[in-house]
Design a protein around this ligand. Structure first.
Ligand SMILES: Nc1ncnc2c1ncn2[C@@H]1O[C@H](COP(=O)(O)OP(=O)(O)OP(=O)(O)O)[C@@H](O)[C@H]1O
Length: 813
């Protein structure tokens, strides 16, 4: 095969990957255009396409019609503009000069080092791993979303405040659909320039260390940076802090890897421009003096305090030709940037996109059924799915659910509350992501709470440096805060925030429940009177009262006074009382359900539900103003309702409940507990309705039940008290002649009827003959009330026949 056709086969074989990963489409297109391989019209189309992927698809049209010659020209351009991607894909058999020399020059020492890295880095130890337990990195690592852009103040605010799908939209608008791939962190920019150092910023728990491990593993297995870096070293700042005495760079490197000082020194001197040093956790580096005062030695072998030696490397005094990749939390990025040699590139691990969360769950469970159950459950909870964009939260949630599965429970059956996941997150960061805190945990958490509350009162998510410094003793070392630099005219402005608004809400709730006696009630009640602006804080406050949560907090020296617990419980009972009087709003009813869910205390939930005479998300107030009409319960609201119903034997009444068909199936097992229920179901199938009736018929309380179900815009079904009677009012369109239709039979009969078939005939078939013959099969039909648009001959004959065929029928109206 000649070179052109071989290159063309390469392009064809890797096309799918190329579409996803080529970033330098325009420089390649420019080159093809100026060499006459690309006409002006397709060139304009490529230029006009929004994303790199769309540009690549446009380009494919040209390559396809241009044949091997054009594909070969594209191959050459790719080699030039996307060297690392090109190397990852392995190129054709026609090696470039640098590749040939690289492979032949890799010394046995480096080979041995690579093998060692592979065997060491292939595993990850989890926070709860027992000795010797680990998981394979390849089976757990999920590509996070990495952005290169600095976002301005408005954009950051939007990211912090958005949740669920909205957050996904916001993030994908930031990345125009593309995330930076790990292998392209050092790729040339639009001008063809590569950076000497790359900053990899990320919040605590967002996966900086995990990503660094993946980069090391991929380099050592030959997947990344082949030919570009002969050797990659990995330094952890927290370990450098612990190295005693004075050390040269060579000695520091040898402390952290399997190579001897002599071997390292030889490698570094041989080809320093092929060395990458990955430095993890710059924020943890204990800088003892002003970075500008540190001795700036330039010798690989010169000894100095380890932190000074590292700073000399960062500044480019030692090994100026080498490349650096430095990870840091945002709280230290400005210091890092002042220190780091240039040209620098900024990149940020934003966390998992929605697709990433799904992939993580899939990898974690490695079982389609368990994955589906867990993911569906979490996806329905907007707060949790939003928090899942933080990888460590994904780990906490999956680990918790897996534990449930292990004991035979489903994901939904009593999964930890949202608050308990937040508490686990805080504990995980305190235990595994905090080095030598400068203050006690209770003081730290209280001050965070105070800061959060101040922000909530002022409706701010971006907190100014002054307030932060007044409240928090060491903001830079705080894993719960993020720091941003914004341009403001000719200045820079520093702001802080919590990782997301929900964490600010969580810390506010923590602050309130930890207040002492005098302050507590006043603040709480004042705050709770205004719950509509901060419902999440109220929910978290109830979640923090949960027994297990209190136990966890106690371990960290945080106590919630019994009086606070009693006050909050009293407050919710009062809310229920006012709901009984019809003064309810949809959001308030739902909030009460969520508070009870978050509290997760069966006895109290039973008491509260027992006092709730009428659960009506659309109480008097709303009916008058006709607002929030027809608001559907969300899946997460149904989970709360389900839990609250599970705690009780029977509940008085639920009204004006708008449900989707899936949510109906979720609460169906508990529906028989409601003495009276008025539901509106959006788009139910015939079998949903059938299932509904069976579920009610199976329930012990049916004889005293009154259930009225409106099938959105079309059909109202009501089940009344003894004797069981089903009234089906046909709404606007289903049946051309039949207006309403009510059947009465003994309770025992309800279970024997094929309800699904009946609904199918009435709603879909609309066939009067089929309906008649179906009714004949009811051996115990006692009463039938029917209203037709016009009593035609057909309907008269039909009713006569029915009286003849149903001997049990005593009343026909
Ligand atoms: N890309 C990923 N794929 C799968 N799991 C991840 C990923 N990133 C992070 N995790 C999970 O999150 C945990 C925390 O990640 P990691 O320790 O890398 O965070 P970090 O950003 O280094 O935090 P810190 O700044 O506090 O040191 C990991 O132990 C792992 O369970």
């Amino acid at each position: 095969m000649d070179q052109d056709s071989e290159r063309a086969r390469f392009v064809d074989a890797h096309w799918a990957k190329l579409v996803q990963r080529v970033q330098m489409v325009m420089p390649i297109a420019d080159e093809l255009q100026s060499s006459g391989m690309l006409e002006w019209e397709p060139y304009c189309k490529i230029r006009a396409a929004d994303t790199n992927q769309e540009k690549m698809r446009e380009l494919y049209e040209v390559l396809h019609s241009g044949g091997d010659e054009v594909k070969s020209a594209f191959y050459s351009s790719l080699e030039k503009h996307e060297p690392s991607l090109f190397r990852d894909l392995g190129s054709t058999g026609h090696h470039t000069h640098s590749e040939k020399t690289h492979s032949s020059e890799i010394s046995p020492v480096i080979h041995k080092y690579m093998k060692r890295i592979c065997s060491e880095y292939q595993y990850v130890t989890e926070y709860n791993s027992l000795p010797g337990e680990h998981v394979l990195l390849s089976e757990r690592f999920t590509q996070p979303l990495i952005l290169r852009k600095h976002r301005d103040r408005k954009e950051r605010e939007e990211e912090i405040c958005s949740s669920g799908e909205r957050l996904q939209q916001v993030l994908s608008s930031r990345s125009s659909g593309d995330s930076v791939h790990l292998s392209s962190l050092f790729d040339p920019d639009d001008h063809g320039n590569s950076p000497s150092s790359v900053i990899l910023q990320g919040n605590s728990g967002n996966g900086k260390s995990f990503t660094v491990q993946k980069i090391m593993m991929d380099w050592a297995s030959g997947d990344f940076y082949k030919g570009r870096f002969d050797i990659v070293f990995h330094l952890k700042c927290k370990e450098i802090n612990r190295i005693p005495g004075e050390k040269s760079l060579v000695e520091i490197l040898s402390c952290s890897c399997s190579l001897s000082s002599h071997e390292i020194s030889q490698i570094l001197q041989q080809s320093p421009e092929k060395v990458l040093v990955v430095i993890d956790g710059f924020d943890e580096l204990k800088l003892t003096q002003d970075i500008n005062d540190m001795s700036a030695h330039t010798d690989l072998l010169q000894k100095a305090p380890p932190v000074d030696t590292l700073c000399a490397l960062l500044r480019g005094r030692i090994l100026p030709e080498s490349f650096l990749l430095v990870s840091s939390r945002s709280t230290a990025t400005d210091t890092l940037s002042n220190l780091l040699k240039g040209p620098q590139r900024f990149s940020e691990i934003v966390g998992f996109s929605e697709k990433g969360v799904e992939e993580y769950f899939q990898k974690f469970f490695q079982n389609e059924e368990l994955f589906r159950e867990a993911y569906t459950y979490v996806k329905a909870n907007e707060t949790l799915i939003t928090a899942c964009s933080i990888p460590v939260v994904c780990w906490i949630i999956c680990t918790t659910i897996q534990e449930r599965f292990k004991y035979g429970a489903g994901a939904t059956s009593g999964l930890e509350t949202t608050t308990s996941i937040y508490v686990d997150f805080v504990c995980t960061l305190l235990e595994h992501h905090c080095q030598g805190l400068s203050q006690s945990v209770p003081t730290l958490l209280r001050s965070l709470g105070q800061l959060a509350e101040r922000g909530m009162q002022e409706q701010q998510v971006l907190l100014d440096e002054k307030s932060v410094n007044e409240t928090i003793s060491d903001p830079a070392g705080n894993p719960f805060l993020c720091k941003f630099l914004f341009k403001r005219r000719i200045y820079q402005e520093t702001m802080f925030s919590f990782m997301h608004l929900s964490f600010q809400e969580f810390f506010t709730a923590l602050y309130y429940v930890l207040l002492d006696e005098e302050e507590s009630l006043g603040k709480l009640t004042r705050f709770f009177d205004d719950i509509f602006t901060k419902p999440a804080v109220v929910q978290f406050a109830f979640g923090l009262l949960n027994k297990d949560v209190r136990f966890t907090l106690k371990k960290h020296g945080l106590f919630i006074r019994p009086k606070t617990q009693a006050d909050l419980k009293e407050w919710i009972l009062k809310k229920i009382k006012s709901q009984n009087q019809g003064c309810s709003l949809f959001s308030e009813t739902v909030l009460v359900l969520h508070c009870l869910y978050e509290l997760h205390e069966e006895d109290f939930v039973k008491e509260a539900m027992g006092s709730w005479k009428k659960i009506d998300p659309r109480g008097k107030l709303l009916r008058k103003r006709n607002i929030e009409y027809g608001k559907l319960l969300r899946r997460t609201d149904c989970c709360a309702l389900l839990y609250c119903s599970q705690c009780c034997q029977s509940i008085e009444e639920i009204s004006n409940l708008y449900l989707s068909s899936e949510d109906l199936s979720m609460i169906l097992p508990e529906l028989h507990k409601f003495k009276e229920a008025r539901l509106t179901i959006r788009g139910p199938s015939d079998s949903d309705l059938g299932e509904l009736i069976y579920a009610l018929a199976r329930g012990q309380t049916l004889s005293s039940q009154c259930v009225r179900v409106s099938i959105y815009r079309s059909l109202v079904l009501s089940i009344n008290k003894e004797p069981s009677s089903f009234c089906i009012e046909i709404g606007r369109h289903p049946h051309p002649d039949l207006l309403s239709f009510s059947l009465t039979f003994p309770h025992s009969e309800t279970i024997n009827i094929d309800w699904t078939r009946l609904f199918q005939i009435i709603i879909h078939q609309r066939d009067s003959d089929a309906l008649l013959s179906f009714l004949y099969s009811f051996s115990n039909l006692k009463k039938m009330v029917m209203s037709v648009r016009c009593l035609t001959e057909m309907w008269s004959v039909w009713t006569l026949k029915l009286t003849q065929n149903c001997p049990s029928l005593t009343e026909l109206t």
